[in-house]
Design a protein around this ligand. Structure first.
Ligand code: UT7
Length: 330
């Protein structure tokens, strides 16, 4: 008998704030146009959290939906990993806040900071813990209130980002998406290409830092774009090649939802047709760590992944970080 533990995503759920910010509205805020945003990014609208909605509260909604989805009791959760670059506080962790509110009193909790690649980084940890037998049930929450660090006077960035959360329950029991492989990487040499300079210990908040807008994210978009396509391809190939698979073996590619042109470039490199690539970028924009998880959750809820089919997640973000994960429905 094979006693090897297999880590699977057995439950999934998401939460998007109700408030929609359209390209038309952005036209009245900065010098931009619906036409520029749609042709350069594919984004038509994005969701923005209200003042009462936070990374933790959005994450709590998603976590409850994911636990309901697989009928797991919060007391059965051993670990909560929150992938976010917009935590409620620098400390305590958003994981601790979520643990309290969902009543997962048996769970340890921590935050993981790998920017937009955070969900895939979290999958690598969950897979290792579950398959080693260290933990039985892990809750991953990817939640971002990026609107809190966006400068709505900077047209280079404010049109791109949105808020939202998604959560997954990973377990060695139950059916779902088997996590067959995860590949992650970092290039710290490019750390400043996408950065939130202020608010940490290096540039603590001060009158000057606020005046200099250091508490807003900065991005060299064109440079990031080039690295994004190259590094997501590397990560995706690593995952596929370790199982001798090709693009044509994938039922779905679920890429980071930053820009439709990046998504199309990746899909082209793997010879994938448009109908095999799941996209949410048009309606949610770039929701950082939660992007791939929200897109994957849509596929799960719509029962669009059949038994035996392969799904490849691939993401990229500040750090620079990147990651890919090969999932198979069983
Ligand atoms: O999630 C983390 C990973 N992030 C990403 O993957 C983002 C990667 N980068 C991108 O998606 C793209 O580089 C952007 C969407 C950010 C920018 O698109 P681009 O085609 O690379 O444009 P660009 O930065 O080369 O700018 C072209 C022009 C510039 O004007 P000039 O200098 O040519 O006169 C910009 O000032 O477009 C201008 N521009 C805009 N115009 C209207 C920049 N933003 C806007 C805007 N509306 N919102």
């Amino acid at each position: 008998m094979n006693n090897q533990r297999i880590a699977r995503i057995i439950g999934s759920g998401s939460f998007l704030p109700e408030k929609v910010l359209t390209n038309k509205e952005l036209e009245s805020m900065v010098e931009t146009s619906d036409e520029w945003i749609v042709t350069r990014t594919g984004i038509k609208e994005r969701r923005v959290a209200s003042e009462e909605e936070h990374t933790s509260t959005m994450g709590i909604h998603a976590a409850k939906a994911a636990m309901d989805n697989c009928n797991i009791d919060p007391l059965e959760i051993d670990l909560i990993i929150v992938a976010t670059c917009t935590p409620d506080y620098l400390f305590p962790s958003t994981g601790a806040l979520i643990q309290r509110e969902i009543g997962a009193t048996n769970a340890a909790a921590f935050d993981l900071q790998a920017a937009c690649s955070g969900y895939i980084y979290a999958l690598s940890i969950a897979k290792s813990y579950i398959e080693s037998g260290f933990y039985k049930n892990i809750l991953i929450v990817a939640s971002e209130k990026i609107s809190s660090i966006v400068d709505y006077e900077d047209r280079n960035t404010c049109v791109l980002f949105g808020d939202g959360a998604s959560a997954s329950v990973i377990s060695h029991e139950g059916k779902g998406l088997e996590i067959r492989d995860v590949s992650i990487g970092t290039d710290g040499n490019q750390a400043e290409l996408l950065i939130l300079p202020g608010g940490g210990s290096r540039i603590p908040p001060s009158e000057q830092s606020l005046k200099d807008k250091q508490h807003f994210l900065k991005m060299e978009g064109r440079e990031v774009f080039k690295h994004a396509v190259r590094l997501m391809e590397v990560a995706a190939r690593q995952c596929l090649e370790s199982f001798n698979l090709k693009g044509s073996d994938l039922a779905w590619l679920v890429p980071h939802q930053a820009n439709i042109r990046i998504i199309s470039a990746i899909a082209k490199r793997f010879g994938l047709k448009d109908e095999n690539v799941h996209k949410t970028v048009h309606k949610y924009g770039n929701t950082s760590a939660s992007g791939v998880a929200i897109a994957l959750d849509e596929l799960v809820q719509d029962k669009k992944v059949a038994k035996g089919e392969n799904v490849l997640l691939v993401a990229f973000g500040a750090g620079l970080t990147w990651g890919a994960s090969l999932l198979t429905q069983n």
